[in-house]
Design a binder for this molecule. Structure first.
Ligand code: SMG
Ligand code: MG
Length: 372
């Protein structure tokens, strides 16, 4: 289809509670929403970049700049573009995977809506519900953490992920295990907060029967993760380090991880995310779908991806209300511990115009005028 123009919109969404990780505390989410305008209709994308380059090198103003100046113009210049061509067209631009992913997502949504196909079936979904996990931030105290975890379990979440950092690891994990029992599916995420020298300390987590420890060491330290894996019984899962299907294959072959967290934004789009899943599946490595505190568009797309067969562990696929009192789309909700996979064409959800305009802080359009 012909991409006539692309709208870049920023929305500001308050979080229901602060979300603290080893790299910072968020109290609201500033999100870049991408809308592709075509003669056949529109398509929506959501960029997962955070306001600061703290989770990874990308950040939201940078993503918007590279989209405006370097990523959108080559697509507008084409007479016709299919979603499966977007990554190749954008390949001359190095990196900027989150920005590229958001643009590809918008083109893919437009294409799928135009032909009436849900994203889930396009991506190869094998189920219409996925088990819901929830990521729990660093709390002010262990007592507060236990209340928060208990609340999520009451809501029906099937798996708990605790954010950890030096000084907030063994004690909260031990307390959650003791309070909620050995059957609780429990895992931890360090967001690169440790070094290989912490191996003896991290090995103490082995006592708690965790599903996995996610990204203990810095993004570039894949070999060090392989070294750490030899010293821990807890399986290592990589998040930040996995930026493509090729890097996933390398990490697996090196022995750096035995589980992979797949985030489409981090690997440059849902089509590359599908390739990451295929590579992991071929190596017998289970995967799960990560989250980036997305609003409804990103959440819906993640559910479609998580419905693929390689997704053998519950992901960070939580309900809209885990972070947002008011989502920009119809809310995605839990049903008996499961999240339904959207079944309508494209992403299966659409921004609610009044909510979107109320939360919007800026809008710019790149490309021509569209009459619709
Ligand atoms: O969307 O449920 C979510 C957040 C899941 O913990 C989560 N994401 O490293 O996996 C991760 C973090 C990255 C974003 S933290 C702001
Ligand atoms: Mg992570």
């Amino acid at each position: 289809m012909k991409i006539v123009a692309v709208e870049l919109r920023r929305v500001h969404m308050p979080l229901v509670a602060p979300f603290r990780t080893s790299f910072g505390t968020q109290t609201s989410r500033d999100i870049l929403i991408v809308r592709a305008l075509t003669p056949a209709g529109e398509g929506w994308g959501e960029c997962v970049a955070l306001p600061e380059p703290s989770y990874s090198s990308e950040y939201i103003d940078g993503a918007q700049d590279v989209l405006r100046r370097f990523l959108i113009p080559p697509l507008l210049a084409l007479g016709h573009v299919a979603a499966q061509d977007v990554a190749r067209v954008l390949q001359p631009v190095r990196g900027h995977r989150m920005a590229k992913a958001a643009l590809e997502m918008a083109v893919l949504d437009a294409e799928l809506r135009a032909r009436g196909e849900p994203l889930a079936s396009y991506l190869g979904a094998v189920r219409n519900h996925v088990e819901a996990g929830v990521s729990v931030g660093i709390a002010d105290s262990v007592g507060q953490l236990l209340d928060i975890v208990g609340g999520f379990l009451d809501e029906g979440y099937a798996r708990i992920k605790l954010k950890i950092q030096p000084g907030w690891d063994l004690e909260p994990v031990a307390a959650v295990r003791e309070r909620f029992g050995d059957d609780l599916l429990l895992q931890v995420d360090a967001n690169t907060a440790y070094t290989l020298a912490d191996a003896p300390h991290l090995a103490k987590l082995d006592a708690f029967g965790l599903l996995l420890i996610e990204q203990p060491l810095p993004e570039e330290q894949v070999r060090a993760h392989a070294e750490l894996a030899k010293r821990l019984r807890t399986p290592i899962c990589l998040d930040e380090s996995i930026t493509s299907a090729v890097s996933a294959a390398d990490a697996i072959v090196m022995g750096a991880c035995s589980v992979v967290n797949i985030k489409a934004g981090r690997v440059g789009g849902y089509l590359e995310a599908r390739r990451v899943a295929e590579v992991c599946g071929a190596h017998g490595v289970p995967v799960w779908c990560g989250g980036m505190v997305e609003a409804g568009l990103g959440r819906a797309a993640n559910l479609a991806l998580a419905a693929r067969p390689e997704f053998l562990l519950p992901g960070d696929n939580s309900a809209s209300q885990r972070f947002y009192a008011q989502d920009i789309t119809e809310p995605l909700t839990l049903h008996d511990g499961m999240m339904p996979v959207p079944a309508a064409p494209g992403l299966g959800v659409t921004p609610i115009p009044e909510v979107l305009s109320e939360l919007t802080t800026s809008v710019e359009q790149v490309g021509g005028r569209v009459h619709q």
